[in-house]
Ligand binder design. Structure first.
Ligand code: DAT
Ligand code: MG
Length: 139
C-alpha cells in the first residue's frame, strides 16, 4: 500500500478539554507524519460547506453549531495507507461503539462531540486538505 494523505480536525470539544497534546501523541506514535497543521476556527459558512454532504440529516444544525463554537486543530497526515489506518485509529463515529484504545473511545464525549474528524477516502482527503490549507502550507 502506497504512502497517502488524510485530513483530520481535532474538534472544539477536544481542544476545550485540553486533549490536543494527548491526541497528537497518539497520532505520532501510530506512525503518521504531520505535513500541515494549524489552530483555526470555522465560520458557519465553512462548517456548512465542509459538511454539505450531511445537510439533509436531522443533526446538521447541531453539527454546524458545535464545529463553530471554538477553535479546532486542522492537520494533514501522511503514512502508508493513511486514510484507512486513521479511520481505524479514531474508531467508530459513536464513541460508545468505538473499539478500546481508539482516539474516540479515549477522548470523545458523544456521537455529536466525537473529538476528531478523519477523511473517508483519498479523494475527500485531498478536497478537505485544500479546504483548510494552501499548497505552500503542506510540507
Ligand atoms: P464520521 O465523522 O465518523 O465520518 P459521519 O461522516 O457519518 O461520521 O458524520 C459526520 C459528523 O456528524 C460526525 O463526526 C458527528 C456528526 N454526527 C454523525 N451522526 C450523528 C448523529 N446520529 N447524531 C449527532 N451527530 C452526528
Ligand atoms: Mg465522515
Amino acid at each position: 500500500m502506497a504512502e497517502n494523505r488524510t485530513f483530520t480536525m481535532l474538534k472544539p470539544d477536544a481542544v476545550e478539554k485540553g486533549h490536543i497534546g494527548g491526541i497528537l501523541e497518539q497520532i505520532n506514535a501510530s506512525g503518521f507524519r504531520i505535513v500541515a497543521m494549524k489552530l483555526t476556527q470555522m465560520t458557519k459558512h465553512d462548517a456548512e460547506t465542509f459538511y454539505a454532504v450531511h445537510n439533509e440529516r436531522p443533526f446538521f444544525g447541531e453539527l454546524v453549531e458545535f464545529m463553530t463554537r471554538g477553535p479546532i486543530v486542522a492537520a494533514v497526515l501522511e503514512k502508508e495507507n493513511a486514510v484507512e489506518d486513521f479511520r481505524t485509529l479514531i474508531g467508530a463515529t459513536n464513541p460508545a461503539e468505538a473499539a478500546e484504545g481508539t482516539i474516540r473511545k479515549k477522548f470523545a464525549t458523544s456521537v455529536g462531540e466525537n473529538a476528531v474528524h478523519g477523511s473517508d477516502s483519498e479523494e475527500n482527503a485531498a478536497i478537505e486538505a485544500a479546504f483548510h490549507f494552501s499548497g505552500r502550507e503542506m510540507f
